[in-house]
Design a protein around this ligand. Structure first.
Ligand code: ARG
Ligand code: GLU
Length: 717
């Protein structure tokens, strides 16, 4: 039986039943297999993770930097989310070939599109290395010394694990450094776009429905992994061949019922279940509100421009989606943390902990001061942390400002007497290539408006100390932000491709003066330097203290609650989480069902919003009920389903598997009422949202006419 952290909250309304937890694949045998089987799973822990035989883990990848994907054919075909492949789809799109709008389907492998910089990472094996990492570490050591010893040890472990191979390796801390695991990976570099539905399917509901249930998004894309002719990872080359995986996941089109066992296998990014009350308070009362408020207006500005012009809509599609994504999540998270009384519950836990720690002299010596130390450290950290948050969400979010920061290296080299003119030219040349990319998706009018709003907000807020550079700058303009904006944007090279390109083409060490005097460059660099020189070092000192406090706290909690099985917070490593297909009650008197159908897509269309446009061909198929083998046994086309798997950012694109380990859906979101689960999971309310795999196959087969892709997959009927 698993027991859960929520169990700690004595006065809490929730008693944990199930479903919380992100488990380590290698340890499932020990901790979870029985429980999973008692809940309906028909496969074994070895089917999920095995280093001697092919297992499901050989089909799970990190897609790009932050998503998960799963291999579904013996030719390296993989599914991830549409929103995970979004920037790749966008990069191949233009007004003429608008794949974002129309979708993209390669008719054969030759037509699949390569994506510079995109990688897929496949885990070879993992191993516990706590003892090696902590060798030579003692409790008496300063935290700096401790860090140093640990990082030396890790270097050795990584070297041993990868020497003479083409693998890479990382060592990751668990439970704040009470435990360490080594991950040995293979990284593939030739990943091609195979198919993407039109955004009206892949992004149906857009930001209106994002983080919400009931949902009707066909959030999937297909890519393919290519290797060199020798089967090893290689950079893109025409004669590369499709990857032959050790394992690909069979796809079930049998559907599911409410309460059916499911598990999700993927790469959750970050959860923070152990945060103390002080940290949650800072988040709920300050960090989240700062970001929410600044992004609300920033999004309003961008949306206004996007609505006026189709070209702008393409340019800012990915940017606005990503700004809106965090914005909406934090609103939901704050609601959830307030509803669950998380701060009060954490305070109670801390009181309980203090009583326990005070209960005998030995505990008192080790843990008696911990809670007070947390309080003091958060008090000391808070001004810096909030200043940093304000900066990130304001000045750093001005596009030209952030762009300018990328020129610091050029300035540094140009300024250095020793550096060679040709090296400087090389850097300028690289920046010129980057400039094409930047200006392709840049509208100066939008940035100007955002500048005025953000700089004014930063300048007039009273929560944090303003950086001197900001004070000096705005004092000059006496509150006339429009004039400040005109001065900067009219004179700077950073807001104009016409000025930037020739500047870089003719760049020599002498040009450095112009760069240094550029008004956007100057202000942007002055601001960032304040953070680099004054704020971040102060933050790091307190964060390091917090790291060791949490490490001790985590260990102490394990001593205090001996019958509880703890799971480590997500840390972008491969995890298994399991639950069941389930309904929920968002509010008194309202019950949400566990699945949605294509009928709901058409209902939403009637609301007339842009986010609810329907592809005409999809409508035709719906009218004629031409669902083929992909229809549910109730005769409808199921689109999405909700389940109680504990997931977070990074789990996008993760396979949702049934009791037999067959793919039934692709995870892409959580529900609004459950977004606080990174800090506190609530089994009553937290649901992961997945697109039904039958809907994906239906779109591929019937709408795109790409039956050849279905034929590649292993379909279980
Ligand atoms: N909320 C999901 C996630 O965190 C989906 C985000 C993409 N979709 C969007 N409409 N912005 O990544
Ligand atoms: N959409 C998220 C992602 O990109 C997954 C949803 C979540 O945060 O649970 O990873």
């Amino acid at each position: 039986m698993k027991k859960f952290l929520a169990f700690l909250f004595i006065a809490s309304t929730l008693f944990a039943t199930a479903d919380e937890g992100m488990w380590i694949p290698m340890l499932i045998k020990k901790y979870n297999e029985k429980d999973m089987q008692s809940k309906g799973m028909r496969i074994s822990a070895e089917d999920i993770y095995d280093i001697n035989n092919a297992s499901l883990k050989d089909a799970i990848v990190i897609f790009g930097g932050g998503c998960t994907g799963e291999i579904v054919s013996d030719q390296g075909l993989l599914f991830t989310n549409h929103h995970c492949g979004y920037s790749q789809i966008q990069s191949h799109s233009s007004l003429e070939f608008n794949y974002l709008e129309k979708g993209f389907w390669a008719k054969n492998q030759k037509e699949e599109l390569s994506n510079k910089g995109l990688t897929v990472t496949l885990l070879q094996r993992m191993e516990e290395v706590t003892d090696q990492v902590l060798e030579g570490v003692s409790d008496e050591m300063s935290s700096a010394k401790r860090e140093e010893v640990i990082s030396e040890n890790i270097k050795k472990i990584v070297k041993n694990a990868t020497e003479g191979t083409h693998y890479t390796a990382t060592v990751k801390p668990f439970y704040y450094g009470n435990q360490y695991f080594l991950y040995v990976n293979e990284i593939f570099k030739d990943i091609r776009l195979v198919g993407a539905p039109p955004s009206s399917i892949g992004k149906f509901g857009g930001d209106t429905d994002n983080w919400m249930w009931p949902r009707h998004t066909g959030d999937f894309t297909l890519f393919r992994i290519y290797t060199g002719p020798d089967g090893k990872p290689a950079e893109y080359a025409e004669d590369n061949i499709p990857y032959k995986p050790k394992k690909h996941i069979p796809i079930s089109i049998k559907g599911y019922e409410k309460d059916d066992f499911t598990f999700v296998f993927g790469y959750p990014g970050r959860t923070q279940q152990f945060l103390t009350s002080h940290a949650v308070r800072m988040k709920v009362e300050h960090e989240n509100p700062i970001a929410i408020n600044l992004r609300t207006e920033r999004l309003n500005i961008i949306k206004r421009y996007m609505a006026q012009d189709e070209g702008t809509a393409i340019q800012y599609a990915a940017k606005s989606a990503s700004i809106a994504n965090g914005w909406k999540k934090w609103i939901g998270e704050n609601n959830g943390l307030k509803r669950l009384n998380t701060i009060e519950n954490k305070i109670k836990l801390e009181e309980e902990f203090q009583n326990w720690a005070d209960s005998n002299d030995e505990l008192k010596a080790k843990y008696g001061g911990l809670i007070t130390a947390f309080k003091e450290t958060y008090e000391a950290l808070s001004p810096y942390q909030l200043s940093y948050q304000y900066y990130i969400e304001s000045a750093y979010s001005i596009e030209a400002f952030r762009y300018a920061l990328g020129f610091r290296r050029l300035a540094h080299y140009a300024n250095n007497k020793e550096s060679r003119e040709e090296d400087v030219k090389q850097i300028a040349d690289d920046l010129k290539k980057g400039a094409e990319g930047f200006f392709k998706n840049y509208q100066i009018e939008i940035d100007r408006e955002i500048f005025q709003f953000l700089i004014k907000s930063f300048d007039t807020q009273t929560l944090v100390e303003r950086p001197k550079a900001l004070k000096n700058f705005t004092a000059k303009y006496k509150g006339n932000y429009e004039k400040a904006c005109n001065d900067l944007y009219n004179k700077s090279i950073f807001a104009s491709k016409e000025k930037m390109i020739p500047f870089l083409e003719n760049f020599s060490k002498k040009s450095n003066k112009k760069l240094q005097n550029d008004p956007i460059y100057k202000l942007s660099v002055d601001l960032v330097n304040y953070y680099i020189d004054e704020i971040i070092p102060a933050m790091s000192i307190h964060e390091n203290s917090l790291d060791s406090l949490y490490r001790i706290y985590n260990k102490a909690l394990m001593e205090m609650q001996t019958e509880k099985t703890f799971y480590p917070d997500a840390n972008s490593t491969l995890r298994v989480t399991y639950g069941k297909v389930d309904t929920y009650f968002p509010k008194d008197g309202i019950k949400y069902d566990h699945f949605t159908t294509l009928d709901g897509v058409m209902e939403k269309e009637n609301l007339g919003l842009d986010d609810y446009k329907v592809d005409p061909k999809l409508k035709e198929l719906w009218r004629s009920k031409d669902y083929g083998q992909y229809a549910d046994k109730d005769g409808t086309m199921h689109v999405c389903f909700a389940a109680s798997n504990h997931t977070t950012g990074g789990n996008s694109g993760s396979p949702v598997l049934n009791a037999d380990g067959h793919l039934i859906g692709i995870n892409f979101d959580r529900n609004w009422e459950g977004t606080m689960s990174d800090v506190q999971y609530d089994p009553e309310m937290c649901r992961n949202i997945s697109v039904d795999i039958r809907y994906c196959l239906f779109v591929i087969d019937k709408l795109a006419g790409a039956k050849h892709l279905i034929d590649e997959m292993t379909i279980i009927k």
